[in-house]
Design a protein around this ligand. Structure first.
Ligand SMILES: Cc1cc2nc3c(=O)[nH]c(=O)nc-3n(C[C@H](O)[C@H](O)[C@H](O)COP(=O)(O)OP(=O)(O)OC[C@H]3O[C@@H](n4cnc5c(N)ncnc54)[C@H](O)[C@@H]3O)c2cc1C
Length: 373
């Protein structure tokens, strides 16, 4: 392909896109705001789905390498009520269609698969505009500039490319996460850690929950989840982390101490993560030379576990289409004709799952969901 292709954002979506292009001999440049691959911790597990993420990794020629990252045993799921009573307990499945991998390791695999210099680190897109003669001019916060025939926004929730296509912006979902973690081997919390089982523990109730994952090395990481108005978040002061965590823990009055220990004893830097989502069913009119993949196109709550999977799938789908179809506008239209319905369907399910996890029928509704996947 003779055209210049700029990808904005080196998340899982942008990286998969670039990798599939390169697998077909098409050069691209990724502009990424972070200054290096290690600027931000990328921890957390992702289960990679057979129908989406794994399809993308096959298209990228990385499926066998991905299998080496799979964490056996960590896909076990346990659901408990506020007292810690086990309501659902699914053991790990060595043949799982949704194996778990560490997000950072997967991202590293994709980065290392690209030819050197593909990623321009430290290039935060500041503005983008169409050129009258076609293509776009991009300017970066570091003062540099670039020009491209095709621009793909893979720049996540707060995409700078998206306004070229749609005025839609993410809205607060009414749910916020607070990161929690316990270091491996702390004897004071052995019973809490044992209560997790070998994978993920979900303690849910109407409007709140605690979800933690136990890694093979004993590290525990997870989230407190609270349905709260935005004003409540401003009232939490993590200036003194333990006082802030105690304030969060007050929301779990009457819960088993085995569960609340994950909050009060957390040694993670407490951080509020409000969950935002774009409108379900978002679409835009075809705009020459520009499109979006991943969260930039369809940010949704994480309750279908599909955001990263879809981002990779979008990337592989778009690159394959552009490689096969010489007319760029025909290719972009064909990609978007598939993107809109598939993301709409998953975003709708995600929004419903948010209600299932922390709505009035939790935790029984969570058990029903796991029983009927
Ligand atoms: C708490 C939580 C749990 C989740 N769990 C799961 C899960 O289990 N499974 C799952 O599939 N998904 C999960 N998700 C969703 C998943 O994290 C996202 O959907 C996925 O990361 C989207 O990938 P992306 O490449 O589109 O965007 P991102 O991963 O956000 O990457 C965007 C990239 O663009 C860069 N960037 C941003 N702005 C600019 C700019 N102006 N210029 C240049 N670069 C820029 C960013 O630095 C970043 O590197 C979860 C999300 C959350 C919040």
């Amino acid at each position: 392909m003779e055209k210049t292709i700029a990808i904005v954002g080196a998340g899982l979506g942008g990286l998969t896109l670039a990798r599939v292009f390169q697998a077909h001999g098409v050069a691209t440049t990724i502009y990424e705001s972070e200054t290096s691959a290690t600027t931000r911790a990328q921890g957390g597990l992702l289960d990679i789905h057979e129908e989406t993420g794994q399809v993308a990794l096959r298209a990228a020629g990385l499926y066998d390498d991905f299998r080496t990252l799979v964490r056996p045993g960590e896909d076990a799921k346990r659901v408990v009520d506020r007292h810690g009573t086990i309501l659902f307990d699914r053991p790990a499945d060595p043949g799982s269609a949704r194996p778990e991998v560490d997000r950072g390791e997967l991202r590293r695999l994709l980065i290392d698969s690209l030819t050197p210099e593909t990623i321009r680190w430290g290039h935060k897109l500041a503005s983008i505009r169409h050129r009258p003669e076609g293509g776009c001019d991009l300017t970066f916060a570091n003062g540099s500039a670039a020009r491209a025939d095709i621009v793909i926004g893979a720049d996540g929730a707060w995409s700078t490319v998206r306004p070229l296509l749609t005025p839609a912006t993410p809205r607060y979902s009414g749910t916020c996460f607070i990161e929690i973690a316990l270091a491996p081997g702390d004897p004071n919390h052995r019973a809490s850690v044992a209560a997790i089982g070998s994978g993920t523990l979900i303690a849910a109730a109407p409007g709140k929950g605690i979800t933690v994952h136990r890694y093979a090395n004993g590290l525990v990481r997870g989230y407190v989840v609270l349905n709260k108005p935005e004003g409540w978040m401003r009232s939490i002061d993590f200036g003194d982390p333990s006082a802030g965590l105690r304030q969060v823990c007050d929301e779990f009055d009457g819960w088993s101490p085995l569960l609340t220990a994950f909050v009060t004893a957390s040694d993670a830097k407490p951080l509020l993560r409000p969950i935002y989502a774009l409108p379900v069913g978002l679409r835009w009119d075809r705009t020459p030379g520009v499109t979006l993949v991943g969260d930039a196109a369809h940010l949704m709550s994480p309750f279908s576990g599909e955001g990263a999977n879809l981002a990779m799938y979008d990337g592989a789908d778009l690159a394959s289409e552009l490689v096969e179809q010489p007319d760029i506008e025909v290719a972009l239209a064909a990609y978007e004709a598939r993107l809109f319905p598939r993301s709409s369907e998953v975003a709708d399910r995600s929004a419903q799952n948010l209600e299932i996890f922390y709505g009035p029928d939790a935790p029984q509704s969570v058990v029903t969901l796991f029983d009927n996947p």
